[in-house]
Design a protein around this ligand. Structure first.
Ligand SMILES: [Zn+2]
Length: 378
């Protein structure tokens, strides 16, 4: 690298370090604090700030209506200087969010569909719904970093194909064909992985975590040292298809006794023909049939949770929309899990997720936020 190019590259790194420092600082920073924290001279700080302000990426806290307790002379990141969209693609609906750089949900939409996932119609529906959503939410396309799309299935390592999605009844779906009408950068990710990443992000860097997502499908993510462990085939955290009851209930994957067969949010509909809301109303009235099913679900969930704990020896966090109903039953679930465990007399490692709503689409959007913060040219 010639000296001029090396100088430019160094300058970019310095600007990024100033931006990241402001991003991570909850209180905001003055110029002097930035210089001190980063070990840079004040003239260098002035230059970086001028450039970042010129791009609209940072501002003085005093320039905003709500300074959130920050000192007016403090500099801070403009949270919505860039935005990302996350989409959760499901069998019968799509959920979409627009988020700012702190993963704060700015807009949300839930749309039903009855289209085949392999179809051209779905590709058109996705692109049109997205454009309508961006329009209705007043999202500035120039600020849009990209569209993360989450899908409940195993994605090929090159992210071009959906290899297997038992809950959708799909194999070998070409993902590019689904997004060819979308004119923004697109990134596909497994839904459980998205949720785990979002949960880790809002927790602010808990070191190790197994995230167990309970939705129509059951999946999750393994996060080690704050980062997802994807596995060699991008199949890590597929907790839903570990066996918790040999020759047990049939699973959508074609096998028997999988955790998903016992703990899917669909089980109430499939077994009793009732919605999730009605099931929990009945459970609170102690309908015996409902109680039998619920405690069977909890016992199998406890087997799965204990197995995860045995393998990974870290916190197990319960998320997904079924978990919204689980909190009152957590002590019972912990008691079941502890009873299965050889080494521990309690299951305090089992926790509820912090992020309860729209976790999957938020996690899908997160990919582009992290790319912007860590890898893009700021
Ligand atoms: Zn299965």
């Amino acid at each position: 690298m010639n000296p001029e190019a090396a100088g430019r590259s160094r300058r970019k790194l310095t600007i990024r370090s100033v931006y990241q420092c402001l991003y991570e600082s909850k209180e905001g920073c003055t110029k002097a604090e930035l210089a001190q924290k980063l070990g840079l001279s004040l003239p260098t700080i002035y230059q970086c700030i001028a450039e970042l302000m010129g791009k609209g990426l940072i501002c003085y806290a005093g320039e905003l209506q709500s300074t959130g307790g920050r000192r007016p002379q403090c500099l801070q990141v403009v949270a919505d200087a860039r935005v990302a969209v996350g989409i959760s693609l499901m069998e019968d609906r799509i959920r979409m969010v627009v988020t700012d750089l702190y993963l704060k949900e700015l807009h949300y939409r839930n749309l039903r569909h009855n289209l085949q996932l392999q179809s051209d119609e779905l590709a058109a529906f996705l692109a049109e719904s997205l454009e309508q959503f961006l329009h209705d939410s007043g999202t500035d396309r120039k600020k849009l970093l990209g569209i993360g799309i989450a899908i409940p299935g195993v994605i090929s390592p090159d992210r071009k194909r959906l290899l297997l999605a038992p809950t959708l009844g799909l194999r070998n779906l070409n993902l590019d064909s689904l997004t060819q009408r979308i004119s923004y950068p697109v990134f596909w990710e497994n839904d459980g992985t998205c949720s785990g990443k979002a949960e880790m992000f809002v927790r602010g860097g808990q070191a190790n975590m197994a995230y167990l997502s309970l939705e129509d499908g059951v999946g999750g993510a393994v996060l080690i040292s704050g980062k997802p462990y994807p596995g060699e085939q991008l199949r890590s955290g597929e907790f839903g298809h570990m066996c918790v009851e040999p020759a047990g209930l049939p699973c959508a994957c074609g096998r028997r006794g999988c955790l998903e067969a016992y703990c899917s949010a669909r089980r109430f509909q499939n077994t009793l023909g009732v919605s999730l809301e009605d099931f929990f109303k009945g459970l609170r009235r102690h309908v015996p049939e409902y109680e039998n099913l619920w405690y069977d679900l909890l016992r199998h969930l406890a087997i799965g949770v204990n197995n995860i704990r045995m393998v990974l020896d870290c916190d197990v966090v319960l998320g997904g929309y079924l978990s919204e109903y689980l909190e009152p039953y957590l002590p019972q679930l912990q008691a079941y899990a502890a009873a299965n465990n050889t080494f521990e007399s309690n299951a305090d490692y089992l926790r509820m997720s912090v992020l309860r709503r729209h976790t999957v689409p938020l996690g899908a959007a997160l990919y582009f936020i992290q790319e912007f913060l860590n890898n893009s040219e700021i």
